[in-house]
Design a binder for this molecule. Structure first.
Ligand code: G6P
Ligand code: ZN
Length: 543
């Protein structure tokens, strides 16, 4: 076996987005495309010689060949050891857990998260740093710079290794350990939650369903929920990871998790329903005939943290991404906690978590997590809810309604216009921004503008500044509308419109969300000319 140096030409489109490099599978299958990007990652790092790399993915199409290539490249580039999940499977939070637990130099996670998979679907490569979290912008920028000038890559001339059995192999001087994908992650969950209390709760009349959407959480959910916690066998549905996610869209929302939604809103629904996405970092929580908005879920998790052993000693602070509703801000205020507002993207929580400024954080995009790893964590959120339910012995709906009674309700909705023309999307954003200067104090419909800006964030830990993170218009009564272009799509552009209003009066908490936000919705359309510019009469997805 020997190491080879292969000549290559740069690709101009290897700029990592919100969450790594995400492209359609045929893009990744171009000769040298994956290799160039992996070598660009390695070229942007220093000091990894003889260190450990964690490697795995969500099981989507191209996961296995990519892993074999990356193993050979890691060997040729001088890594000492690679920990790879059995079958190539590692959920994103499990990879983060392994990087931390085994003090790895970093990790490569192969996933396009909630985007569909298969030969014509999406694929992605994310690099995580030594704290277990997504590479910060200075690292992703360096990777991009290297990708633009790469001229060669190194790869070991070696046989593929057997990923299906745990065991130890050698590629050149590098050791490859194929490890059980679940064990370390499950142990971490057991250290945070009251497994005895949840187990005894699940042995009663409580009924639950977890939909893994044929994505990565199947093996984790089966082991933890059905194995360790004794949930009825069959609790985990669609638990076999498939390369094309069974043709579905592995995104846990009301549109794409339709089977679960049908069950939870059908005749005699279970008490609790949950789903997670392709790579296991997102979550959706449902009660019988009841949807828990992710922003509310974050607020509720923070408010109930003292019921959970791993968080019983108190929280150091909380954080949410800018477009996430301000429900958690109200909890923070009441509990006397600092509350940070970051740009969209989990990576922005990393410094706050490392500096112990926050313990719990979350995003409207169905992501919740804590300082236990440096990624959002779908099963963690589901277990958190189970722990709260086991401790409070009330229904999901009652718990949420009580929360609104205490803190008031932040009506919240996100309207997505997927796959629109990129030029039209930019025109729309420019149009919104161009009106900002004269906006302060002005009346728009029934609302008076308090502020209008292009969100910019200064990281309180390292002082780095991230600009152009979404256009927000805040009104005097606390309502907001936010316009943002998605950073994770692979076709055209996706416009996200985030809408929020606050209602302190419990007598008005029953109003339908879209009705409660109706005024803001039409105002946003008028103000940004959404229908006119996108040519769409309605959003593709409403959550
Ligand atoms: C990924 C990131 C999240 C982020 C989301 C935003 O899932 O991990 O932290 O909230 O992308 O996606 P968007 O499509 O709105 O840019
Ligand atoms: Zn994901």
């Amino acid at each position: 076996m020997s190491s080879q140096t292969v000549s290559t030409q740069p690709f101009s489109d290897q700029k990592p987005g919100t969450s790594g490099l995400r492209k359609q599978v045929p893009d990744f299958q171009q000769p040298h495309y994956l290799e160039n990007f992996i070598q660009s990652i390695f070229n942007s790092l220093e000091g990894y010689q003889d260190k450990t790399l964690v490697l795995g993915g969500d099981g989507r199409f191209y996961n296995r060949p990519a892993i074999q290539t990356i193993l050979k490249m890691a060997a040729a580039n001088g890594f000492g050891n690679v920990l790879v999940g059995q079958g190539g499977i590692l959920s994103t939070p499990a990879a983060s857990c392994l990087i931390r637990k085994y003090d790895a130099f970093g990790g490569i996670i192969l996933s396009a998260s909630h985007n569909p998979g298969g030969p014509e679907g999406d694929f992605g490569v994310k690099y995580n740093v030594g704290n277990g979290g997504p590479a910060p912008e200075k690292v992703t920028n360096a990777i991009f710079e290297h990708s633009k000038k790469i001229s060669e890559y190194k790869i070991e001339d070696a046989e593929d290794i057997n990923l299906d059995q745990t065991g130890t192999h050698k590629i050149g001087d590098m050791t490859v350990e194929v490890i059980d994908s679940v064990t370390d992650y499950a142990a971490l969950m057991e250290s945070l939650f009251d497994f005895d209390q949840i187990r005894s709760f699940l042995s009663g009349n409580f009924k639950m369903c977890m939909d893994s959407l044929h994505a990565v959480t199947g093996p984790y959910a089966r082991d933890i929920l059905e194995g360790k916690l004794g949930a009825k066998s069959g609790t985990v549905q669609n638990g076999e990871p498939l390369e094309d996610f069974g043709g579905g869209h592995p995104d846990p929302n009301l549109v794409y998790a339709h089977d679960l939604v049908e069950l939870m809103f059908g005749d005699s629904p279970p008490d609790f329903g949950a789903a997670s996405d392709g790579d296991g970092d997102r979550n959706m929580i449902l009660g019988s005939n009841f949807f828990v908005n992710p922003s509310d879920s974050l607020a509720l998790i923070a408010a109930n943290a003292s019921l959970v052993p791993g968080y019983r000693d108190g929280l150091s602070g909380v954080a949410r991404s800018m477009p996430t509703s301000q429900a958690v801000d109200r909890v923070a205020e009441k509990l006397g906690l600092d509350c940070y507002e970051t740009p969209t993207g989990w990576k922005f929580f990393g410094n706050l978590l490392d500096a112990d400024k926050i313990t719990i954080c979350g995003e409207e995009s169905f992501g919740t997590g804590s300082d236990h790893v440096r990624e959002k964590d779908g099963l963690w959120a589901i277990l958190f809810w189970l722990n709260i339910l086991a401790a409070r012995k009330q229904s999901v709906e009652d718990i949420v309604r009580e929360h609104w009674q205490t803190y008031g309700r932040n009506f919240y909705s996100r309207h997505d216009y997927e796959g629109i023309d990129s030029q039209a999307a930019n025109q729309l954003m420019d149009g919104v921004k161009s009106q900002f200067l004269q906006l302060k104090g002005k009346k728009l419909g029934d609302y008076t503008v308090k502020y209008a800006d292009d969100f910019s964030y200064t990281d309180p830990v390292d002082g780095s500044v991230s600009e152009h993170q979404g256009l927000r218009i805040g009104f005097e009564d606390g309502s907001r509308m936010v316009f943002r272009l998605s950073g994770t799509g692979t076709q055209g552009a996706t416009l996200r419109l985030y809408l929020e209003s606050y209602e302190p009066d419990p007598a008005k908490h029953d109003v339908d969300t879209q009705a409660a936000l109706g005024g803001l919705i039409s105002l946003a359309d008028e103000f940004a000319k959404i229908r006119e510019l996108t040519g769409r009469d309605e959003p593709t997805v409403i959550t």
